[in-house]
Design a protein around this ligand. Structure first.
Ligand SMILES: *Cc1c(COP(=O)(O)O)cnc(C)c1O
Length: 380
């Protein structure tokens, strides 16, 4: 694709944990005239999106579902298609999003248990193992990066324990705030579902729910006894559509947001150029921002650097300051950040997103702008 001629309107850097800054190529793609969703051109684009989504998750066999919606739609897909009423789900809970996923599961009739981490920590493996031995679960759910605390869970280790104790279990990863900013090797780690959304690490505006299901998950879905109690989220509707697109033919259930799919395609083309380098770029930016924050008296919510996300930073403001004064100061200095979300400490911390083009394209200087704004935020 030729270098984009788009000029983005002047704006403050969107440094929240999604939506994030997007590239000119992504904006260019959105601004094209819509195509028919059953035209050969669109089918090709959609099919390539499925393939590149697999690449991002290091899976060759996973089945992507790319559907108009937000990340939350992935919760509904899991809850309605993979769990039957009365079946048990274990939620490895590191904060706000674990609570949300479990509410969704319950809405479809699942019986939900939690193993909860203390604020800023992960759930110890031994507790997950104990819980799995006590009751038979259909699925185990883990939030990869809990966006309310910036805590990064070791999904590889969780999958390994789950598979050891309960070989049939489905391992579900909420990767809304981790896909494309943290490494996820779906096949090697034996994960059954990774669900995400377009607007975080994937660098596309909000609007797409993206979920990839393993062959095991699809089989469990196909063998379910009770009909799915959702209409729009039902894989009875979507699986034939995704299979058709995957084999290069058009199909229709509900109209895909064609321009969002182009935009996602444009972003995936940039992402898949160098995935490993992309993960390293996120680590470098994260280390820099966290180091500056520490120097200035901000303290991390995650209790150890090894469990802190690379695509975002959740920090308590320094003594003598409050988020409600810090956040406008950061905005004045060019960056838009997010306030607290975790109910226990909501008014004590801020969240900074550093994902996607802001950290990958050094010419933008976004990381420097974030560092400078942080420094200015505590100046008396
Ligand atoms: C943002 C987020 C969600 C919800 O995604 P929406 O696109 O807002 O529906 C779910 N889980 C995690 C971990 C998130 O960060």
């Amino acid at each position: 694709m030729p270098e984009s001629k788009i000029q983005q309107a002047p704006h403050k850097i969107l440094a929240i944990p999604g939506p994030i800054e997007v590239t000119n190529e992504v904006l260019d793609a959105i601004s094209q005239p819509p195509m028919s969703h059953v035209s050969p051109g669109f089918v090709k684009i959609f099919r390539e999106c499925m393939d590149m989504t697999r690449q991002v998750l290091y899976t060759t066999t996973g089945m992507p579902f790319i559907i108009a919606g937000s990340g939350t739609l992935g919760w509904d897909e899991v809850s309605s298609n993979l769990v039957e009423p009365g079946e048990a789900a274990l939620v490895v809970n590191t904060g706000y999003f674990g609570d949300g996923f479990s509410d969704c599961l319950r809405a479809y009739g699942a019986s939900v248990d939690h193993v909860r981490a203390p604020l800023g920590d992960v759930v110890p493996s031994i507790e997950i193992e104990k819980a799995l031995k006590k009751r038979k679960y259909k699925i185990i759910v883990v939030t990869h990066v809990d966006t309310s605390t910036g805590v990064l869970s070791d999904v590889k280790a969780v999958a390994k324990i789950a598979r050891k104790v309960s070989p049939e279990i489905l391992v579900i990863v909420d990767g809304v705030c981790s896909v494309a900013s943290e490494e996820i090797r779906m096949d090697d780690w034996d994960i059954d579902v990774v669900l995400t959304a377009s607007q975080k690490g994937l660098g596309t505006p909000p609007g797409l729910s993206i979920l990839v299901a393993s062959a095991r998950a699809i089989k469990v879905f196909e063998n379910r006894k009770v009909p799915v109690t959702s209409y729009y989220a039902s894989w009875q509707k979507w699986l034939p559509i995704m299979r058709a697109y995957d084999s290069g033919s058009p199909a229709y259930f509900a109209t895909p947001p064609v321009n969002m799919v182009y935009a996602y395609h444009a972003s995936l083309k940039q992402i898949t150029v160098g995935l490993e380098e992309r993960f390293r770029a996120h680590q470098r930016a994260s280390e820099r921002i966290k180091a500056v924050a520490k120097q200035l008296g901000y303290t991390q919510i995650p209790k150890r650097p090894s469990i802190a996300a690379n695509g975002m930073t959740a920090i308590y403001v320094p003594d003598g300051f409050a988020p409600k004064e810090i956040i406008p100061r950061l905005t004045e200095h060019g960056i838009v950040v997010a306030g607290g979300l975790h109910k226990e400490v909501k008014d004590k911390y801020i969240r900074i997103g550093h994902m996607g083009t802001s950290v990958v394209d050094e010419r933008r200087g976004d990381v420097e702008t974030i560092e400078k704004a942080l420094k200015a935020s505590v100046r008396k």
